[in-house]
Design a protein around this ligand. Sequence first.
Ligand SMILES: [Mg+2]
Length: 214
Amino acid sequence: MEKIIKTILSELANVNKLVLLDLDDTLVEAAEIFIYKTLPNGEEIALTPAEYADENVSGEENLDVTYDYRDFLNPKKVSGSIKKGQPIVSNLEMMDELLKKGYDIGILTARGMEDVIYSTLREWLMIRDKNGELVPIGDNLRRENVIAVNDSKYTELEKYTDYQKKSIMINELLDKYDEVIFVDDDNKNIKEIHKLKQALNKAKANKLFIMKAK
Ligand SMILES: [Mg+2]
């Protein structure tokens, strides 16, 4: 009997749930950070992350344009883009509700500079405490759950597209978690993660939920 209770308790303790949120245009409309597109005639255009998301970056018809991500390698710009950005309250509230229901909070972004993003989000992401006061998320956001797939430390991911990088990370998280809710504003990302779900074995696929950000 004692053994059974122990088993049940350990199983309950192991029910780990994660809500995995995209950053740009899901939690924040970033400010003062751009992707620089160079046209075939040499003209450079600054695109916001939202505008960049609408570009057909991997499409073959775009081989004659280039993109420069220099702002995203500048720690001050990276941090400022979040701190000065516009919080997307509906998704932040959903994140807070799930945190209160016992979910871990994770971030999955195509950005790099993972350390900068983590330390910025610890202060910038707000949750409501027991008294309803807004406080920084702090230790409720764990370092290992902030994933910026274009960080230079992920050398083994370099050969993959952003979608593939995200899929690989989600696949790994599904080994650690009993449930993962993926939340993203970008239909292309949603579509790719649906493809991932279809390719997973049934047990894993059943743990993955995909949600469009509001
Ligand atoms: Mg996004």
